[in-house]
Write a new protein. Structure first.
Length: 96
């Protein structure tokens, strides 16, 4: 899917996972601000997860993994990932 991430359908639900190709740690507080700037409405934020909505609902974890809910279309998942994943990368914690 990309040099930075891999996308795979979830085997147990109508969702799509976007997984970083490298181990990383993400500052979710900073990421929620970045997502808000590009039009994502933050529904929930904690140390362990961000849930945000735009056209679709996404959940982002400190590992950088993104779960796109209620979607099976790989092309749409790729477009969402291409919008969101660069913001995830910007919020990577250094020296993890």
């Amino acid at each position: 899917m990309s040099e930075m991430f891999v996308g795979t359908p979830c085997s147990t639900s109508r969702s799509y996972y976007i997984v970083p190709r490298k181990n990383m740690r993400v500052n979710l507080e900073k990421l929620s601000e970045k997502l808000n700037e590009i039009g994502w409405k933050i529904k929930k934020k904690s140390k362990g997860i961000i849930i945000a909505e735009k056209e679709y609902t996404i959940a982002i974890f400190p590992s950088g993994k993104i779960l796109i809910r209620d979607i099976l279309d790989e092309e749409v998942a790729k477009k969402i990932a291409e919008e969101v994943f660069p913001k995830v990368m910007e919020c990577e914690v250094e020296n993890y």
